[in-house]
Design a protein. Sequence first.
Length: 173
Amino acid sequence: MNKRRQIITLILAVIVTAIFTFSVTVNFYLPISAISKGGISQGEIINKLEPLINVIRVVNSKHIDDIDIDKMVTGAIKGAITMIEDPYATYFTPEEFNEFIVTIQGSFEGIGISVTMDDDGIVRVVSPIEDTPGHKAGILPDDRIVQIDDIPVKGLTLDEAVSLITWSTTISS
């Protein structure tokens, strides 16, 4: 009987040690390693996202129209990236990413001009590319683009204006 008691005591000691080790690892080591790698633990991030989750729940349940939750989440992500004020950081939806890849690979047709947008929302030509339709049409650096195929440019983003120019066959200025 004494031998049996020693075996049970040994088994219980091993179980208690395993539980203690697991508890210390989960409650102490993992949060510290998460903080040292990213500055904030996953649990803290989830807690900080709770107000956003509540806003989405309330808007979804109380708004008179159907809400596109995916668009809300995308907007929240874009807002978070904007808040870090890093000019090199951006978030692309899968569709935007595909458009970006097409743009940087140059596999599209346009009129052969480089454009920019002023702070006041005016699309201006930076330079026409030689021997392109834009160059041949007489488009010059600093020309303003105010309309594309009867669509006013005012109020569009630069990407929207470029998209219209890219797939457009005529340009009105």
